[in-house]
Write a protein that binds this ligand. Structure first.
Ligand SMILES: NC(=O)c1ccc[n+]([C@@H]2O[C@H](COP(=O)([O-])OP(=O)(O)OC[C@H]3O[C@@H](n4cnc5c(N)ncnc54)[C@H](O)[C@@H]3O)[C@@H](O)[C@H]2O)c1
Length: 475
């Protein structure tokens, strides 16, 4: 098939290269000339394992090409819209401006009966809105095929996805011929696109537009809920003198719960999860479903609160004031295995520490080629050992393998004080402690308080720290 992919960022570049690897002829289109130039040379414009190779293979076969002009989409049977849908500047809602301009640019180049399929993460009602943009072309078929790839494993996720979701007009009932049961319209077109994946047994779910539009946001809302749940519990662990790492490990062994996304720490960031839960909240509020809206607000608040907790703990570890302290922050990207710093919790914390007067040096194995002038208070040092020199406090804020494997002995010889705040609960605390380090984490450092709860009468007086009300209940 000839296919166009409009928007070649983290999602589109990987999608275009994956489709070419499946044997399709793919035109990748992006308005950013520097990005197109890099992609055309077979170099991913961001760090994504395996993408350079996939791009180079596609370019070498002649089946993959990149362009800045929408005219490159001419002749394609299927067009995938993969542009960004960031949070709106003045609200929690998704900004659909890029989607509208991509569809408008595509309009003059659409062949008769072409199929236009969105992959971006969008709010309910987006397909109806796009239908209005394309109203002069009633012959064009619209579909929604949300994408679930994760940065850092995007190539693998695209080549072997967990599932394919097709949102089509009329939903499942309208997707197959009543006579033969064969797929029709958008479903048939997408089946052809994804034939190798379907052949390999990847499940495909067909649903209506509203369901397809909601699935990705709901999935991200659930993952965010899991992270914020364990982070809220980590605060409880600190108050109770429990260890959240041991607690979550035990919880995760229950197959109904599962251990993934149940790791307490600094919380999530990046270009997707935060804006997706806010868009989900805004959609729920708009549709009058306040329980979901309130829920998402709490998840967001807990997540952002972890950044404040980390700064407070850092201040404590510096003796009550950050002013003038030399602090080294390990990690700038929003998570390991990517150089993406969009809404990075690590950079947010680093910047807050610097705002409180600390001298902050940030290091990261990959996120080194960014416009750091946006963070004039921070000093960047690509080499980790140099970044550690003279530190009075080390913060692990992004759990790169390089930092997990860092020798506490080597690091200890470089710093001024052996104190580390492991805000990702990723280090081998015992190994670091044995080298003389003080190790603190989120939810792993509390001291055991007096008993909290109902005690049988005779014992109540042994616990003067119990609130009077609790004592009253015991008598
Ligand atoms: N990044 C992820 O891991 C991921 C995963 C699943 C879904 N998504 C969703 O995919 C969408 C894209 O995310 P991303 O991370 O790739 O964003 P991104 O910012 O990396 O890429 C968007 C690209 O679209 C280009 N663009 C903007 N307007 C354009 C236009 N009119 N024509 C052509 N190109 C245009 C931009 O120049 C940019 O290169 C979002 O809705 C996101 O939520 C992202």
């Amino acid at each position: 098939m000839k296919i166009s992919v409009i928007g070649c960022g983290y999602l589109g570049a990987v999608h275009a290269a994956t489709l070419a690897s499946m044997g399709h002829t793919v035109a990748g289109i992006d308005v950013d000339p520097a990005r197109v130039d890099q992609l055309s040379r077979g170099a991913a414009p961001f760090h994504e394992p395996g993408l350079d190779e996939l791009l180079q293979d596609g370019l070498a076969t002649g089946r993959l090409a990149f362009s800045t002009t929408a005219a490159a989409a001419k002749g394609a049977q299927v067009h995938f819209l993969c542009v960004g849908t960031p949070q709106h500047k003045t609200s929690d809602a998704a900004d659909l401006t890029y989607l509208v301009s991509a569809a408008e640019a595509l309009l003059p180049h659409l062949a008769a009966g072409a199929v236009v399929v969105g992959k971006s993460t969008v709010p309910v009602g987006t397909v109806d809105m796009l239908r209005r943009v394309l109203r002069t072309r009633p012959d064009v078929l619209l579909g929604w095929n949300p994408e679930f790839l994760r940065q850092g494993t995007a190539v693998k996720d695209s080549l072997v996805p967990d599932r394919l979701v097709y949102g089509v007009d009329g939903g499942r009932a309208a997707a197959f011929s009543p006579q033969t049961g064969a797929p029709t319209g958008v479903t048939a077109a997408l089946d052809t696109v994804y034939e190798p994946l379907l052949g390999a047994g990847i499940p495909r779910l067909v649903c209506n537009f509203a369901t397809a539009e909601l699935i990705k946001s709901a999935a991200n809302a659930y993952l965010a809920t899991k992270v914020s749940f364990i982070n809220a519990v980590s605060e409880l662990c600190d108050a109770a003198g429990a260890d959240v790492a041991e607690l979550s490990e035990a919880m995760g062994m229950d197959p109904r719960i599962g251990g993934r996304y149940l790791h307490a720490g600094l919380g999530f960031g990046g270009g997707c999860l935060p804006k997706d839960i806010r868009s989900f909240r805004s959609q729920a509020a708009g549709l009058g479903v306040t329980a979901v809206a309130d829920w998402m607000r709490l998840v967001d608040d807990v997540n952002l609160g972890q950044r404040g907790r980390t700064v407070t703990l850092a201040r404590e570890l510096c003796g009550g004031s950050l002013a003038g302290r030399s602090i080294t922050v390990l990690g700038a990207s929003f998570k390991p295995d990517t150089d993406d710093i969009r809404d990075s919790p690590a950079l947010d914390v680093a910047d807050r520490l610097a705002a409180a007067g600390a001298h902050v040096t940030v290091t990261d194995p990959k996120a080194v080629n960014h416009p750091w002038r946006r963070y004039p208070r921070l000093r960047f040092e690509a080499k980790i050992l140099r970044a550690l020199e003279g530190a009075e406090l080390v913060l692990l804020l992004t759990e790169w393998d390089e930092y997990r494997q860092l020798s506490p002995g080597v690091a200890g010889a470089l710093v001024r004080r052996r104190v580390v705040l492991d805000a990702r609960n990723a280090l081998d605390a015992a190994a670091w402690q044995s080298e003389g380090w003080v190790v603190r984490g989120l939810g792993t450092s509390g001291t055991v308080p007096a008993v909290v709860g109902h005690l049988p009468g005779p014992y109540a007086s042994l616990h003067p720290s119990l609130p009077a009300e609790a004592l009253h209940n015991l008598r």
